[in-house]
Ligand binder design. Structure first.
Ligand SMILES: *[C@@H]1O[C@H](CO)[C@@H](O)[C@H](O)[C@H]1NC(C)=O
Length: 342
């Protein structure tokens, strides 16, 4: 922990001078993004309903499983984002963004918690289940991380208020990753992990499909143009990533997306729209690609611009800035974030 913190501090000192160039473009056209549903301004069509299941109302102990070979600088950015969820930073902050998620309640009237603690980390740097993973294999990775049989320090198995976040490195391929999904959430099966506990997986897309999963810091190569409203200039660059890496900054918005959804629909029987629980439309699915007022239909929306053309919409701990997508606000009945102009 000490060593990692030290690396974070070094990164902050260097970060002013080390914005890297954008990741290379994906060779695979992104059909998914072009079809992304957007519900901004069409709230009558959204039938988001509560299906009587639990939400994550108790303080969350979040455990990260770093799968594969991870760059410590990237780990540091992600850790700072997660630590920003329940910290106070200048408005609009990551915590202010989470307030929209907190508006969801369960049948007892309890809101989703505002207390998310980074309770442990596990480095699976030996690729315990290989570099090609099925969706179900993510559960086996969690099992490995909570089993004490390894030399490496294992994580506690916490079915009471644990939430496991599996993050796969650039060289790991996951079923449906870069084709249908950038991340997903679900819950573990007792036959694999021993208990039922919610988890989420997000992959690092910087080399595999930045145009799909690191939008708007990269864009699909079929489009030939920066995303509209991203501020890219004349055939030039997309919006710059606020923490210097399109893959990791894009991943942070996907992590935000999955955390919002796993908290409001942890057992896939609480908050979702549509009639099909096997393909639920959840609170962040409704707002994919919307980061500010006027966003939607391929427009990022009104976000802040910083030095060197970086784009962001929220502040985090230690001076960090992040660009994270909005989520559905059940009171206003529209996509919303703390940087909204109205
Ligand atoms: C809890 O949710 C209700 C209903 O959305 C909302 O009115 C209230 O402000 C929420 N409380 C907190 C602390 O977010």
């Amino acid at each position: 922990m000490q060593k990692l913190l030290h690396q974070c501090l070094i990164f902050l000192l260097l970060s002013c001078f080390s914005f890297s160039s954008l990741a290379s473009f994906s060779r695979h056209p992104n059909r998914q993004f072009g079809q992304a549903k957007n519900y901004e301004g069409s709230s009558d069509l959204v039938d988001l309903r509560y299906h009587m299941g639990p939400v994550l109302a108790s303080s969350i102990n979040l455990y990260i499983i770093w799968y594969g070979h991870w760059n410590p600088t990237h780990q540091c950015t992600i850790r700072d984002f997660l630590n920003s969820l329940s910290s106070s930073s200048s408005y609009p902050s990551v915590g202010d963004w989470w307030r929209t998620v907190r508006l969801y309640t369960d049948q007892t009237g309890s809101n989703i918690t505002g207390n998310i603690v980074l309770a442990g980390e596990f480095q699976d740097s030996w690729y315990s289940h290989g570099a090609y993973l099925t969706r179900l294999a993510i559960q086996s990775i969690i099992k490995t991380a909570v089993s004490s049989s390894h030399d490496h320090r294992s994580l506690p198995l916490n079915p009471h208020n644990g939430l496991y976040l599996v993050l796969t490195s650039s060289d790991v391929q996951v079923q449906d990753f870069c084709r249908a999904v950038c991340g997903f959430h679900y819950f573990t099966f007792p036959t694999i992990v021993g208990v039922t506990v919610p988890y989420a997986w997000v992959g690092y897309s910087g080399s595999q499909c930045p145009g799909m999963c690191a939008y708007p810091f990269a864009w699909p190569d079929y489009s030939k143009m920066p995303p509209p409203g991203s501020g890219g200039v004349g055939g030039g660059s997309a919006m710059r990533a606020p923490n210097g890496d399109a893959g990791v900054d894009g991943m942070i918005s996907v992590i935000a997306h999955e955390l919002a959804e796993v908290s409001s629909n942890p057992l896939v029987n609480a908050w979702y729209a549509g009639e099909d629980p096997t393909a639920p439309t959840e609170i962040a699915d409704l707002c994919v690609g919307v980061y500010g007022t006027g966003g939607g239909g391929g427009f990022v929306g009104k976000v802040y611009r910083g030095k060197w053309g970086i784009g962001y919409n929220v502040n985090g701990v230690r001076g960090r800035k992040f660009l994270i997508q909005w989520v559905w606000n059940p009171v206003k009945k529209r996509c919303f974030g703390p940087n909204a102009l109205d």
